[in-house]
Design a protein around this ligand. Structure first.
Ligand SMILES: Nc1ncnc2c1ncn2[C@@H]1O[C@H](COP(=O)(O)OP(=O)(O)OP(=O)(O)O)[C@@H](O)[C@H]1O
Length: 528
């Protein structure tokens, strides 16, 4: 009998074991300790990461927000009736993210990227973009130099916004905040038609579903849905969905920004998001601070708004960008931008409350809307005296910059003298002329809802106002004059308008504008 050679046996065993791979995988699971008010405390997920998605029995997902020694606090992203004490929770090893692709344009989605407009699944290739992502570092950014045309005369002239800027829109309720932002989105149609779309994202937080449906309809009717995505976390959605909706919107914006395209995001509004965050934090038993907001509510807004940026126009450097999701690695292009228009609602004009002061200090300027102006018929109700844009001036086109400079000075002078306007006849002619001109300029800056103006039209009418060419037009007829003047220029002097659009304010152009304005205003004089 042949003897068993141990060395031979162990060699055979070794050979067989070397190709062995364990097929069974071990899911890390935990159990629910307590659940209620949209929060679950889970035991047993020792290795879970902050911000990771976990899945409950029945498919409901949640985000891990509190890491404690023996349990983790999870916010639930949906109705949690089926979750009970003792339910099993599974780690997904995925940080919360949203699927973004070209197909998301024109859709209405929820915080997790699920379509809620009844038009079926999102088509085409999609990429997982993380909800929370570190903002691009200094090396990957460029200063703001390109204008973002809002189509609103008083903004484009006096508080201009540039691509990559963060400009706060702040005011009491019902002062036209949403309208300013929707009009800005509508104004981007010009660029879409010209084949260089600015991709827009409207994030609705804590609003009525009917309001969101109304906005979607306006955008669709005006042809703006073709380049716009709506992210909606309505008032009836759980608080965590409202907290993360702006982050989901930013993730969509970043997809366009990092693939070299301009994007615009509107957060309507961050006050409601802060309230939802306060709710979540209190339920997670985090200590309350000023106005019962948690201590990190500033960080919540600053890390969100920092994601608005103008990316350097160099593909090689842009490719190195920090925290770039792997899925985008070979699609990255430089030169993209994400402009943010956050909204904040104040109570009785109090801008020194906690959340308004926070966001004012984070953004690059603010557009103040006031009820007084709104109610006196000055709409959009922008108070230009206290509105500023810290970087947008560099982005204004030259022709606009020239005419707007005079307008700003005139209006500042007018505001100083305005109180005297009541004494009409007792004033010296110089003061009277400043007041009369100011009144006409106020009329010029009025604008209807959903009626954005192309930049060349804005320059043409502001030029007429600032050169006092309207002195013969009665104040109440200024808007009628404006309409005739712009229609006439468009019909007869399109080349002049095109020159203005190109940023030039030549003598020839100013001569044309002056002669047209004089001719039309003289008619008003005769009529009057
Ligand atoms: N330029 C305008 N011309 C005429 N009406 C306007 C103008 N801007 C806004 N409005 C009207 O004012 C109302 C309030 O506008 P909007 O909803 O934009 O304000 P808001 O400040 O966003 O309000 P909310 O408090 O609901 O957030 C709307 O009914 C709108 O139609």
């Amino acid at each position: 009998m042949a003897e068993v050679n141990p060395a031979e046996v162990s060699a055979i065993l070794k050979r067989q074991l070397s190709g062995f791979e364990a097929e069974a995988s071990l899911d890390e699971v935990g159990t629910v300790l307590t659940v209620g008010d949209g929060i679950a405390n889970v035991y047993g997920l020792a290795n879970v990461q902050y911000g990771e998605l976990v899945q409950f029995e029945g498919g409901l997902e949640g985000i891990v927000l509190n890491l404690e020694e023996d349990n983790v606090g999870v916010v639930l992203l949906g109705p949690y009736r089926q979750v009970k004490e003792g339910s099993v929770v599974k780690r997904t090893q995925r940080i919360a993210s949203i699927k973004v692709g070209e197909g998301i344009v024109g859709r209405v989605v929820d915080t997790l990227g699920n379509p809620i407009d009844g038009k079926g699944a999102i088509e085409g290739e999609t990429f997982e973009m993380p909800l929370e992502r570190k903002a691009p570092g200094v090396i990957y950014r460029e200063p703001v130099t390109e204008p973002l045309q809002t189509g609103i005369k008083s903004i484009d002239a006096m508080v201009p916004v540039g691509r990559g800027q963060r400009e706060l829109v702040i005011g009491d309720r019902q002062t036209g905040k949403t309208t300013v932002c929707i009009d800005t989105i509508l104004n981007q149609k010009e660029f879409y038609d010209a084949g260089e779309p600015v991709y827009c994202i409207y994030v609705a937080i804590g609003q009525k579903a009917s309001t969101v449906a109304g906005i979607a309809k306006v955008l669709e009717d005006k042809g703006a849905l073709a380049y716009t995505t709506i992210v909606a976390a309505n008032a009836s959605d759980p608080a965590p969905m409202q907290v993360y909706a702006p982050f989901a919107g930013a993730a969509i914006g970043e997809f366009f920004r990092d693939t070299g395209r301009p994007a615009l995001i509107v957060f309507d509004d961050l006050s409601k998001q802060a309230v939802a965050y306060r709710e979540v934090s209190l339920l997670l038993r985090r200590p309350p601070g000023r106005e019962a907001y948690p201590g990190d509510v500033f960080f919540l807004h600053s890390r969100l708004l920092e994601r608005a940026a103008k990316i350097i126009d160099n593909d090689d450097i842009a490719k190195e960008m920090n925290d770039l999701p792997d899925v985008l690695k070979d699609k990255v292009k430089g030169g993209g931008s994400l402009t943010a228009l956050p909204l904040i609602e104040t109570q009785a004009g109090d801008v020194s409350a906690y959340i308004p002061t926070n966001v004012i200090s984070i953004t690059d300027g603010q557009i103040f809307l006031t009820s007084d102006l709104f109610n006196s018929g000055v709409r959009p109700a922008i108070n230009v005296g206290i509105s500023v844009s810290r970087v947008g001036g560099n982005a204004q086109i030259k022709s606009m910059k020239k005419v707007a400079g005079t307008l700003k000075l005139d209006q500042a002078q007018f505001r100083e003298l305005e109180a005297f306007a009541k004494f009409g006849s007792d004033l010296d002619p110089a003061t009277l002329s400043v007041i009369e001109k100011g009144k006409r300029n106020v009329e010029i800056l009025k604008q209807g809802q959903n009626d954005p103006y192309p930049v060349e039209n804005q320059i043409a009418i502001i030029y007429a106002g600032s050169k006092n060419l309207l002195r013969d037009v009665p104040v109440e007829k200024v808007r009628e004059f404006e309409k005739d003047y712009l229609e006439y220029l468009d019909a007869k002097h399109r080349d002049t308008l095109d020159t203005l659009k190109a940023g030039k304010l030549t003598d020839e152009v100013t001569d044309t504008l002056t002669s047209v304005a004089k001719e039309l205003s003289s008619k008003y004089k005769n009529k009057g």
